[in-house]
Design a protein around this ligand. Structure first.
Ligand code: SD4
Length: 339
């Protein structure tokens, strides 16, 4: 649609206006109708990356390398979260992730692009970068999700290497847990470091990725929201994208990320949509003790939003002019949880 114009307002809803600019629809060059603006004005969509938690900073930087070179959002989200997956010090994602209660590291991941194509792996062992296996499922099979041994065999066939994901540190922590066996989820510290990353590229296309080792010391075979399209992640290129972190069971119960996107479709801002999804989780649970869930969202206008049940959830944002970590707005102050 030539000559269609809109103002892209990139607003960090928790941090004020980031930048405001006139922009065309993806790929368009337009003639300005603004009398103060003479002649043809060539404008471009500003790429943007948003991701969950502190480790999002490094992941965003890797994603930004792709976007700033004109790369697409799908490559950006994959490259971004691979950094977190390969970081042995992160106890919730990929290498070094906390094992299940039998001492086995099992990984969940999914990826979705601007054409609603998606791929996922769940209960996958011995592979450092499950997000790339998920992408292969998306691009090289007729399926959306592979799990367990089948996912592992598929990964080997595609040339991924078998890797020991249980680091000395995570093994020690697990052995300690076995001895004390007093495990319960701890808000914002344990179980809550999944990376979900959303990106918009110069074409204005959206993609997302989500990857985790899931809940520490989970029952063997347990799969959370992170690899489930519509729960841990959802992208609709007409509307926006969202992803979740926290207690996956609660996110699945409300089809969290899909709901956030649908609320944006109905006209809610990304922040309003994230808040309403959190409100719904709170309403549907009799007891939200230790039930942390956080959402982040990005719409087609480049606006972002976030919201969490408890304080302490943060997200990383990267644009051409910004690199920042922001505390998400929340429903309950953490101290009040009685922890
Ligand atoms: C899960 N949602 O497996 C994941 C855990 C998580 O931040 O998000 N941690 O339930």
């Amino acid at each position: 649609m030539k000559n269609r114009r809109e103002f892209l307002k990139l607003t960090a809803l928790t941090g004020g206006a980031l930048l405001t600019q006139s922009a065309c629809m993806p790929g368009e060059t337009e003639t300005s109708e603004d009398p103060g603006n003479q002649g043809n004005v060539s404008t471009a969509i500003q790429p943007i990356v948003i991701s969950t938690w502190n480790h999002g900073i490094e992941a965003n930087n890797a994603a930004w390398k792709v976007l700033s070179n004109g790369g697409n959002a799908l490559d950006a989200v994959e490259q971004g979260v691979r950094v977190t997956e390969s970081d042995p010090t992160n106890p919730s994602v990929g290498l070094g992730g906390a094992p299940d209660r039998e001492g086995k590291v099992t990984l969940d991941a999914c990826i979705m692009d601007h054409k609603n194509r998606c791929g996922a792996v769940a209960f996958l062992e011995h592979i450092e970068n499950p997000i790339s296996v998920a992408r292969k499922v998306m691009e090289e099979t007729e399926h959306v999700m592979l799990v367990g041994e089948g996912a592992f065999q598929f990964a080997l066939e595609k040339g991924f290497e078998k890797t020991n994901l249980l680091t000395e540190n995570s093994k020690k922590a697990w052995l300690n847990w076995l001895e004390t066996s007093k495990y319960k989820p701890v808000i914002n510290i344990e179980n809550h470091d999944t990376i979900g990353l959303l990106a918009m590229d110069v074409e204005g296309n959206l993609s997302g990725a989500c990857t985790t080792s899931g809940m520490a010391y989970k029952l063997r075979g347990r799969v959370g929201d992170s690899p489930i399209i519509g729960a841990g992640l959802f992208v609709d290129n007409e509307v926006g994208a969202a992803c979740a972190t926290g207690v996956g069971e609660a996110v699945i119960r409300i089809a969290g990320s899909a709901i956030v996107v649908e609320l944006m479709r109905q006209g809610k801002s990304p922040q309003e949509a994230c808040k309403e999804a959190v409100d719904r989780i709170i309403k549907k649970h009799d007891n939200v003790d230790n039930l942390q869930v956080g959402f982040i969202a990005l719409n087609k206008q480049g606006e972002i939003g976030s919201y969490s049940v408890y304080s302490g959830f943060n997200f990383a944002l990267k644009t051409e002019n910004t690199e920042e970590l922001t505390d998400a707005p929340y429903f309950i102050k953490h101290e009040e949880s009685g922890d």
